[in-house]
Design a binder for this molecule. Sequence first.
Ligand code: NAD
Length: 340
Amino acid sequence: MLTTPLTTLLGIRVPIVQGGMQWVGFPPLVAAVSEAGGLGILTALTQPSPEALRTAIRETQKLTSKPFGVNITLLPTINPPDYAGFARAAVQEGVKIFETAGNNPGPLINFFKSEGCIVIHKCTTIRHAKSAQRMGVDILSIDGFECAGDPGVDDIGGLVLLARAAQELEIPYIASGGIADGRGLATALALGCAGVNMGTRFMCTVESTIHQNIKDTIVSSSEVDTTHIFRTLNNTARVYKNAVAKKVVELERRPGGAKFEDLRELVSGARGKVVYDIGDKDYGIWSAGVTVGLIKDIPTCAELISRMEREAEEIIEGLGKLKAGHPSLNCRHRVIKHEI
Ligand code: NAD
């Protein structure tokens, strides 16, 4: 049992959160994560309207009686969503845990707190984390350079960012970006985190509804298979390094650069969704973290979560033996017997 402030606050068994992912955070995955003891999170903007989100919440409630959350991400969009409508619908449907992320989250955070909800706010800098802490969020999700999607602009890797979080923050925080196994979970706990948030790892599970070809693509990828797009538009996103992503980067790097309008057709989320529907990895842009290099299988969420829990516990126990100078231990922590 890995009891942390996260498990206590959220009423979950294992300190693992499945972060909101566009076109991935649907009821079957969310319910499977929560049933397995972690916290599943529905992605609000994956639904076409607040009414559709209500239906997705009810569907999830039928699949699990365990806690789950809803993510609302505030980033530039081609068609601005009705953020307040999504938030109201989720609260009315009885959701008590929210993950917020992106620009100017103040009004959303205030709304959720006024409704007595728990807010996990995801951010990429200590400055933003402290500002969200002042706004009254309950948990911070600290997103390092390795993460899928928006990494911010400072390019600080998780190791330093999380150690800085330990120095600066007063509320519980979880590690986001770069975590896909028990080693990552144990490391995050050692860095003072109350748990971890994973996106890419959960894409590649049995219950994830994305096309099998994309799961297989992730399994066969290495850690150099992602890239950043939109650097020049101040909206950086880490995505899978496919033909479309390479084209976007090429256009951004041409003399005079590129405006969003020049990239719009290539990068639209509607096109990215087709990647997951038909399994063509080169059809559009899709988010992926550096952890694609760590992912070697497609387990059920229950298998993944219990394996990570077991691995982390074995590592923590092994580190205790290091202190005692136990001779059977070397720096690779051989206590993990189930290498994948
Ligand atoms: P979209 O089709 O509106 O845009 C595609 C991409 O272009 C996105 O990365 C978007 O941020 C970017 N973009 C749009 N307008 C831009 C502009 N004017 N300048 C610079 N970049 C711009 O996006 P989508 O993929 O359909 O996503 C829809 C919504 O879901 C957006 O609000 C997005 O922020 C959100 N989202 C959520 C998650 C999540 O995990 N919850 C992840 C990604 C996106």
